[in-house]
Design a protein around this ligand. Structure first.
Ligand SMILES: Cc1ncc(COP(=O)(O)O)c(C=O)c1O
Ligand SMILES: N[C@@H](CCCC[NH3+])C(=O)O
Length: 479
């Protein structure tokens, strides 16, 4: 998040380019940590992914387009699966990784997740429907949401999901009622608000007390929820869950939340006589959007979390250590975010003078806040590169903007691009796999871009481009 940096940029009397920008040579040389693993530049200077160059992609599928490197997605999914399985092997026999489908989900991705041996977190009837269509094994699905409808709960139980994460007292009764009507026992977890202030943007922090998710720990609601669940013979309490926020780099927040969750787990055991078999630490692991972000590799992250869990149970005594519940986590962004870049075509380049000495080029592309609302919503930082060719031109300070009727429609706030960047060039923005397509809109009646998967020298469409006819088909208004 850039709020303090933006302040520096706009500080009164400050006339130079923003101080935090990395050196132009670094940006134009492609920082490997920002790009999917198969991205390269070919001899003509074109960006390629899995051996396919972006100029051909643009010619065949058009722009704007989300371009997903399948190998990158799969290897990150495996790194989380193996890292957590290994790190937790000695603590509780392994750990399960639930890919958080809210970051991005389509049937192909659901199949990849299943094939790679991960579980799946869904948070709506729509995401559940995608999982069903993909034939995702139901027992490996967790169902979230703070206001699940009766229909959604029924669909989840009919499919046989492995866990429904309860979020309110109203929902406890709702799930129990639906389970009773279907004649089944619902496996449930309790989402606990652990009172942790995660160091991330306010809108994506979820562990602090004053927000909509979960049962408060400090006010005793979480224990009361466990008591209520245990009183229902149609509910099977699988364990406790906490999720403190998103785009978090510091494991300190997870340490505190694990400590509080383990404390409650013990209270449920000692006061209510129930030893839950599972505990979920949520997702939220950060990824690199710019060179300023340095996420831990999954195996290091897993090792740190395993140490934390071992330590917290050890603090309860030897008896507790022998009964550590099976741990799960729910990464979304850290798996899919880095796998994708968005490919845009430049439409206009406009120079705006900033005082006497400096200018900024506004580079308009054929997308914007409809395909990536994160800069407008969270002041999120992105970077970009000229993708269709290389250039020896001097760097110019550029702001990449979208085509929408909002001045906040910014794709990349500040970036160095070659001074000869011109209409028809392709620009690629890395790190757009998570919460971009998922949060996309049709603002200004803009059809959504397609999602293309590239693997082993071939591209295919995972989600097709919307058309104006798709949009018009929704409008059934008067003749
Ligand atoms: C309950 C829950 N689990 C997992 C996630 C995934 O978070 P992230 O994509 O940051 O890993 C979220 C979103 O923040 C969430 O709300
Ligand atoms: N949508 C947020 C993340 C929220 C995660 C869902 N609980 C983002 O783009 O950063």
């Amino acid at each position: 998040m850039r709020s303090h940096e933006a302040g520096a940029l706009h500080a009164e009397g400050y006339g130079g380019p923003p101080l935090y920008l990395p050196h132009p040579d670094d940006v134009m040389a492609l920082l490997p940590q920002l790009w999917p693993e198969t991205v390269r530049r070919d001899a003509e200077g074109r960006l390629t992914v899995a051996g396919v160059d972006v100029v051909s992609l643009a010619r065949e599928y058009g722009t704007a387009a989300y371009v997903l490197d399948e190998q990158d997605f799969r290897s990150r999914a495996r790194a989380f699966r193996d890292g957590f399985a290994d790190a937790f092997a000695q603590v509780c026999g392994g750990a399960d990784v639930y890919y958080a489908g809210k970051a991005f989900l389509c049937t192909s991705v659901a199949r990849w997740v299943a094939e790679e041996g991960l579980s799946l977190d869904v948070c709506s009837g729509g995401e559940l429907a995608v999982a069903r269509r993909a034939g995702f094994p139901p027992e490996r699905i967790g169902f979230h949401g703070n206001n699940k409808s009766v229909e959604e709960i029924r669909a989840a139980l009919e499919y046989g999901v492995g866990r429904i994460v309860l979020d309110s007292f109203t929902e406890i009764e709702r799930v129990a009622d639906v389970a009773t009507s279907l004649g089944v026992v619902a496996p449930v977890m309790i989402r606990v608000t652990v009172g942790v202030e995660a160091h991330t943007h306010e809108f994506i922090a979820t562990g602090h007390e004053d927000q909509k998710f979960g049962f408060s720990l400090s006010e005793g609601q979480a224990l009361e929820a466990a008591r209520t669940v245990l009183a229902h013979d149609r509910l099977d309490l699988r364990g406790l869950h906490s999720h403190i926020g998103s785009q978090i780099f510091d494991t300190g927040g997870f340490e505190l939340s694990a400590r509080r969750l383990v404390g409650l787990h013990r209270q449920v055991a000692t006061e209510l006589g129930h030893h839950s078999p599972e505990i979920d630490l949520g997702g939220g692991f950060g990824m690199a959007y710019t060179s300023q972000h340095t996420p831990l590799p999954p195996e290091h992250l897993a090792a740190q979390l395993a140490d934390i869990v071992r330590h917290e149970f050890a603090a309860l005594g030897d008896e507790a250590l022998t009964r550590v519940p099976r741990v799960s986590v729910e990464p979304g962004r850290a798996i899919v975010g880095p796998s994708t870049f968005t490919l845009y075509e430049v439409g206009t380049v406009k120079e705006v003078q900033l005082g006497d000495l400096h200018s900024r080029a506004y580079v308009s592309v054929d997308g914007g806040m409809s395909d990536n609302v994160r800069p407008a919503l969270y002041e999120a930082d992105y970077s970009c590169t000229l993708a269709s060719r290389s250039s020896d031109a001097a760097p110019m300070l550029a702001r990449v903007v979208g085509k929408h009727c909002e001045s906040g429609d910014i794709v990349v706030q500040d970036e160095w691009l070659p001074a000869d960047t011109r209409p028809g060039d392709l620009i690629a923005v890395p790190g757009t796999g998570a919460y971009c397509r998922a949060l996309s809109s049709q603002y200004n009646h803009t059809p959504r871009p397609p999602v293309l998967a590239v693997r082993d020298g071939a591209a295919r469409v995972l989600v097709r481009r919307e058309t104006i006819d798709d949009l018009l088909a929704l409008d059934v208004g008067s003749s």
